[in-house]
Structures are given as C-alpha cells and as structure tokens.
Design a protein around this ligand. Structure first.
Ligand SMILES: NC(=O)c1ccc[n+]([C@@H]2O[C@H](COP(=O)([O-])OP(=O)(O)OC[C@H]3O[C@@H](n4cnc5c(N)ncnc54)[C@H](O)[C@@H]3O)[C@@H](O)[C@H]2O)c1
Ligand SMILES: O=c1ccn([C@@H]2O[C@H](COP(=O)(O)OP(=O)(O)O[C@H]3O[C@H](CO)[C@@H](O)[C@H](O)[C@H]3O)[C@@H](O)[C@H]2O)c(=O)[nH]1
Length: 454
C-alpha cells in the first residue's frame, strides 16, 4: 500500500520504518528540514535501539522516502498517518496547533480519495473536528480513522512488532478493514471500535499506567515509614494476576513526553464536561511530590547543599532513550543548583539533549568514574544498564565517603551491604555505610532517625 506519514518524531518515524519493513511504500513528511536531511542520509535524529539499522535497510531497498514537500508527500498516497506532536498547553489542555497545520496541508494537497489516520494522541472529539476542518479545504472524498499508538520509547521498534493490540476507531467498516489489512503482517490482535472510544482508550490507558506508578510510589513512601520493603510488596502484589506485575516499580515518579501531558489533558477533558477527575488529579500530585522527595532525603542527610559536589547518574526520563521531555532529572537538578550545589552529571546518551534543558552551571562527565570522583553524594536518576551494572565497590574506592541515593532501586540491598556503602533507595530500608566486620556485629538496617548526622 502507498502510505504517507506526517511527522517524523518518535511515533512517525518508527511507524514509517515499520510499515516500510512489512512491505508498504512509505513517504514521510516533516516541516523540520534538518531532520529530513539527516533521514535521507540514513541517520536517525533520535536515539532508539534498532531504528537506524531498519531505516537504512529500507532506504536501500527503496521502501521509504523522506520529504519536506506536502505536494510530493500526498501525490500518490492511499493512506495518510498523522503523527505530529500534541504537547501540553500551559493550562494542561492538548495543544492542537501542529495537528491543525498538518490537517490543513493534507486537505490542500490530496487529489484522490484517502483514509486519514490519526496516530497522534488527541482529546475525544478531535477526529470529528479534523473531519470538519478538512471539508473546509477540499471536496475530495476521504475517511477518518483513529489509530492511537502505544509504543514506549527505548523499545519502540520492539513494541511495534510485538504490541498487545492495535486499536482502530472508525465510522466506516470498509476504512477500518483497510487499516486492519495494512497491519496484518504484524500479527497483532486488532480491536475495532468507534472513533470516540478509540481516542479515549489512549488517554485511559496512559492514565491507568500512571495511576499504578503513583500508587506504588505512595506504598513505597509508606514502606519507608513502617520498615517494609516495596520491592517485596510489589512482587507479592504482582503475583495476583488481577493486579499484574508490571508498572509497579517504585522510584522518583513518571516522566517523558506522554504520561505527564496525557494525564493533565484527561483532567482538562473531564473538566470540559463538568466532571472532576479527582483520582487522576491525586495521581499527578503524588508524582510531582515524588520527584522532590529524593532531594529532601539528601538534604536531611547532608543538611546543606551549598558548595556540595553532587554526582547525578542518568538524565533521560527512562533508559535507552535520549528524550529529556519531563525527565525527573530536570526538576531535581534545577533544585540542587538553586540550593547552591555543584552538579556533575553523566548519562550514556542524553548529554547533548540534556544541555538544551539543564541550567548552564551543570558540569558534564564522560564516564561514571569521572562523575563520582570527589562527589559528596551520588544520585541515581535513570536505571541505564551501564549504571545498574556499575560495581558498587567502585563508589567506595572513588568517593571520599560513598553515600548513594538511588531513585530507581538499581542495586539489591545485600549488594549494597556487601560493598559497605551508605545506600538510600525508594521504599526500601536504608543500608548504612560500614565495614564488613562492623556488619557482622551490628544490625545492617538502621533506623532512619539515626541517619541525619553525617
Ligand atoms: N513519543 C512517544 O513515545 C509516543 C507514543 C505514543 C503516542 N505518542 C503521541 O504521538 C504524537 C507524536 O509524538 P512524538 O513523540 O512522535 O512527537 P515528536 O515531537 O517527537 O515529533 C513530532 C514531529 O512532527 C513534526 N511536525 C510538526 N508539525 C508538522 C507538520 N505540520 N507537518 C509535518 N511535520 C510536522 C515535527 O517537526 C516533529 O518532527 C503525540 O501526539 C504523542 O502524544 C507519542
Ligand atoms: O513501574 C514503572 C514503570 C514506569 N515508570 C516511569 O514511567 C515513565 C514512563 O515509562 P514508560 O511507560 O516505560 O515509557 P513511555 O515511552 O513514556 O511510554 C508510555 O507513554 C507512551 C506515550 O503515550 C505510550 O505509548 C506507552 O504505552 C506508555 O508506556 C518513565 O519515567 C518511567 O521511569 C516508573 O516509574 N515505574
């Protein structure tokens, strides 16, 4: 099938490349001419495992092209996917500016009947609005399909080929059938429904996952106070198949380009129809507080942050991506700098991206080792494999005093105990800095009240 994809960001590019891989002829359009130039040269503008290889393969096989010309993009297409950004406005509502621009370009340039598929995450009712907007600019016939995307950054290619479901919202069975056919080689279960329900499935799914995270983070905070271990608790909860074991990883809260904006947009959407979504508002509040909790723990331990050297390991909002949008590191580092700390940051891939967002005072290190030498305290903010597998004894060897605040529970408590570091994690008992000899004499977990003195 001849397919156009509008927007070559995380969703558009991964969708375009995947569709080209399963046998379609794909042309991708973007207003960002620099991106188009890179893509034509087989370079991915984003870090996403496996993406660049698949991109090059399909460029070489003549299955995928890139353009910044709308005329060229829609000249031949049968199906058009819209995958432009829908970021949050200041009030939390979804900003539909890019979508409107894309839709107008489509309407002005289509010459024959098309199926126009919205992949961008959009508030309920938006596809209806898109239909009206297109009708203003063209008399060419078209169908509208809502096809929300569920891929995760960092595993986007894997998710495209192994998704749990493909949701197709349509008013017309024929249009839904064509889109279903287009995805058939992926062998992923397809769920067809009406357009408004499809739009809502996307927001409801993200809101539910965000709720699981805020819930387990509240349980973790409670575990901290009553001496339980959240890891054991989430494992025990997850054994119940009705609960499931995913998205119960306690930490410093959710970030990224989706959960923060989509939860806010759903609260606003509810507000528009005079519905107070109290549960979701609480989920958002818990998340905002969770990011700052780690800084509060550090302050409790070292009293003042002024002139302290703080090494931050991991900057991206999750591992295997260079995406810094709404990363917890942004909020945490800004606060550390505000309080006078010297921040030395390390991330395996996100440093260039991070520089665009972080305060200019931040110093960047080329390795974990150089970041932690002379640090008073280490903060782990992203669970990159390189960070998780970094030998704990190295902290002991390289730091003046190995004090680690792990916002992602990367290490097991016995490992920390064996390394003799002072190890604070989320919802798990504290491991105090001590020698192995001392450990054999005294209990390893000390009461939190004892930890404020340095
Ligand atoms: N990032 C994710 O993991 C993810 C997953 C599922 C759904 N979504 C949703 O998919 C949509 C896209 O997200 P993203 O992360 O890929 O965004 P992105 O910011 O990475 O990419 C959007 C791209 O669209 C381009 N663009 C903007 N206006 C355009 C226009 N008029 N014509 C052509 N190109 C235009 C931009 O230049 C940019 O390259 C959003 O609605 C998002 O909520 C994102
Ligand atoms: O148990 C968990 C799971 C995730 N997170 C955090 O939650 C955020 C989001 O993680 P994840 O969902 O893995 O990444 P995203 O790429 O943001 O993907 C989400 O957002 C996308 C955009 O809408 C959806 O398509 C995906 O289905 C949905 O998982 C990250 O900050 C994670 O650190 C936790 O704190 N604990």
């Amino acid at each position: 099938m001849k397919i156009s994809v509008v927007g070559t960001g995380y969703v558009g590019l991964v969708t375009g490349v995947t569709l080209s891989e399963i046998g379609h002829q794909v042309i991708c359009l973007d207003v960002d001419t620099l991106k188009i130039k890179m893509l034509r040269n087989g370079q991915s503008p984003i870090y996403e495992p496996g993406l660049e290889d698949l991109l090059r393969k399909n460029i070489n096989d003549g299955n995928i092209w890139f353009t910044s010309s709308s005329t060229q993009a829609f000249a031949d297409s049968e199906v058009i996917f819209i995958a432009v950004g829908t970021p949050a406005n200041h009030d939390g509502t979804a900003n539909l500016f890019y979508l409107e621009q894309a839709v107008i370009e489509i309407a002005k340039n289509i010459k024959k009947r098309q199926i126009i598929v919205t992949k961008s995450t959009v508030p309920v009712g938006t596809n209806q609005y898109i239909k009206k907007l297109i009708e203003k600019y063209t008399t060419v016939e078209f169908d509208i399909v809502s096809n929300p995307e569920f891929l995760r950054e960092g595993s986007a290619i894997y998710d495209m080929f192994h998704g749990d479901r493909i949701v197709i919202g349509s008013e017309l069975d024929e249009a839904a059938a064509i889109i279903g056919q287009l995805y058939k080689p992926l062998k992923i279960p397809i769920y067809k429904t009406d357009i408004r329900s499809a739009e809502m499935i996307k927001y409801a799914s993200n809101a539910f996952l965000a709720t699981k995270i805020s819930f387990i983070n509240e349980i973790a905070n409670l575990c901290d106070k009553v001496g339980a271990n959240v890891e054991a608790v989430s494992y025990g909860m997850g054994l119940d198949q009705r609960i499931g074991n995913q998205f119960l990883q306690a930490g410093i809260g959710y970030g990224g380009s989706c959960f923060p904006k989509d939860t806010k947009a759903l609260v606003q959407l509810a507000g528009n129809v005079k519905h107070e979504f109290e549960l979701l508002k609480a989920v958002i509040d818990v998340n905002n507080k969770q990011q700052m909790l780690l800084v509060e723990k550090v302050k409790k331990r070292i009293t003042s942050l002024l002139h302290k050297n703080i090494a931050v390991l991991g900057l991206s909002f999750k591992p295997n991506t260079d995406d810094m949008r709404e990363a917890a590191s942004l909020v945490i580092i800004e606060e550390l700098v505000k309080q006078g700390a010297t921040v030395i940051a390390y991330d395996p891939v996100a440093i260039d991206e991070a520089k665009k967002y972080l305060p200019t005072e931040v110093v960047y290190a080329k390795s974990i080792e150089t970041a932690i030498i002379d640090a008073d305290v280490v903060l782990i903010l992203t669970e990159w494999e390189e960070i998780k597998s970094f030998n704990l004894h190295q902290y002991k060897a390289l730091m003046k005093k190995a004090v680690i605040f792990d916002g992602r529970n990367c290490y097991s408590l016995p490992e920390a105990e064996r390394a003799g570091v002072e190890y604070y994690s989320v919802g798990r008992p504290l491991v105090m800095k001590q020698t192995i000899d001392e450990a054999s004499l005294s209990p390893i977990y000390s009461d939190k009240k004892d930890t404020t003195a340095s």
